[in-house]
Write a protein of this length. Structure first.
Length: 459
């Protein structure tokens, strides 16, 4: 029997795209606020041109970035974005001379005819500060009387007045904003002598955030923020459809790949070939430092587990009164190796002063042609397999993996793993391909010439 409710079933079950985006609005010219109460900023990273740099210089710059990243503690989440897209913008102007103008137009027309093969590279960091979580729970407030008495008394006072609740939340958000800007400016000062770091104003930051959820140049190039609130509604201008092996964002086919196993070892510029993949994509990493005491507790728990289970239960039972020869007992060598590896992890924490953190990496590939997007996925498999890393092409978890690339949507991230801060510094997006300068500072005019590099980028 044909049922009429099946006709509009897809329409009734469809949800709002912006409901899945945990961004609320901007609270000043630089800082944005999430729906869960976190505050964040968007940083533009100029990057360091890795060409002609020796291994010692690469290692030194990576160590300095590693030291600078220590400013972000357990309350901070660091998102790093590497955007690569074709149809790079090539500005030009005329000079009133017919011969010169004709030469400029000829060159620009030639480069625009190859727009699908010319790519631009951009690096951005998003720093998210997890601030105060206000909940009207009497028992949790009573528990803070000994550890945070002033905070507990303010919460008690807020129980009786909605206005006091608003004042309390506003004060905590302002405190988080100041703490975030202090950390970000300190980070920018530490790396300022080898790369330029700029805190983006809200109009530019809005364009960066919008390029995560919209891939059409018509929607991203001319994007403009209208009002400080309802940022989620302003970002979601595309239709999102979920299919078995891919997503559709407007007319674009989207594939998402996540890091399943990290490389066997890490070193500076380990993912250099990521910059050379000829495709439209962006790579995002998420990092959050884990408290050392929590790491130690997990390591000790796992060491005890592997040590106690390296011998079976039956091997402890003996009917003889004679002492058992240790060589006659079958021992699981893999669990002994796990105990040794965990011991080396403790050495990193106790002796070398390093720390672990939750890390994830996702690659979002998009194209108007599904075959091209799938072919690009094969290139990414090759990039990671060269260093014994493994990436996984998402299918059932596809939507969650894509939504987790938005700053603040860490609830959707199901692919976290623990790595050392030294490995995270090696995985960071610091090095890039230099694209020259669009303006000449001392002449106060545009560039003299534009060239196409071997990496298919304008210079």
């Amino acid at each position: 029997m044909f049922r009429l409710d099946r006709i509009d079933k897809a329409y009734r079950e469809a949800g709002s795209f912006n409901e899945q985006v945990n961004l609320f609005g901007f609270i000043d010219d630089q800082v944005f606020l999430t729906k869960s109460g976190d505050v964040g900023v968007v940083l533009a990273i100029e990057g360091v041109d890795y060409e002609c740099l020796d291994s010692a210089t690469l290692d030194n710059l990576t160590k300095r970035l590693e030291s600078a990243l220590k400013i972000f503690d357990e309350k901070c989440r660091v998102y790093q974005y590497l955007f690569k897209r074709n149809r790079a913008e090539i500005p030009s102007q005329t000079y009133g001379d017919p011969v010169v103008d004709a030469a400029i137009r000829s060159r620009i027309d030639y480069l625009r005819s190859k727009a699908d093969e010319i790519y631009s590279l951009k690096i951005y960091y998003v720093i998210l500060f997890e601030s105060f979580r206000y909940r009207q729970r009497l028992l949790s407030t009573l528990g803070k009387l000994t550890s945070e008495p002033a905070q507990a008394l303010r919460q008690f006072a807020a129980f009786s007045s909605t206005k006091r609740q608003v004042v309390l939340i506003d004060a905590e958000i302002e405190k988080a904003r100041v703490a975030l800007l202090t950390k970000v400016r300190s980070f920018a000062v530490q790396v300022s002598d080898f790369t330029k770091v700029e805190i983006l104003p809200k109009q530019v930051a809005f364009k960066v955030l919008k390029s995560i959820l919209n891939f059409s140049p018509e929607k991203t190039n001319g994007a403009r923020l209208n009002g400080d609130a309802f940022l989620d509604c302003g970002l979601c201008e595309s239709h999102l459809e979920c299919h078995r092996g891919f997503l559709r964002v407007d007319d674009y086919f989207v594939k998402v790949m996540t890091l399943k196993e990290p490389s066997a070892q890490s070193f500076p510029l380990i993912f250099q070939r990521l910059l050379e993949v000829p495709a439209n994509f962006f790579v995002v990493t998420e990092w959050k430092k884990q408290a050392p005491d929590k790491t130690r507790s997990q390591i000790h728990s796992r060491r005890r587990h592997y040590h106690n289970t390296k011998r079976s239960f039956m091997s402890h039972l003996s009917m003889s009164n004679q002492p058992e020869n240790p060589h006659d007992v079958l021992v699981d060598d893999s669990k002994e190796a796990q105990v040794r590896d965990l011991g080396r992890a403790l050495e990193e924490i106790e002796l070398k002063g390093n720390y672990f953190g939750e890390f994830s990496l996702a690659i979002v590939v998009y194209d108007l042609d599904l075959a091209k997007a799938e072919a690009s996925c094969a290139d990414f498999y090759k990039v990671f397999s060269m260093h014994d890393g493994t990436v996984y092409e998402e299918s059932y978890n596809l939507l969650n993996a894509y939504l987790a690339t938005v700053p603040g949507n860490y609830a959707f991230n199901l692919r976290r793993m623990l790595i050392l801060n030294t490995n995270y510094a090696d995985y960071s997006f610091l090095f890039t391909l230099h694209s020259g300068h669009q303006t000449i500072s001392h002449l106060k005019s545009e560039y003299l010439a534009i060239l196409e590099t071997n990496h298919k980028t304008p210079y």
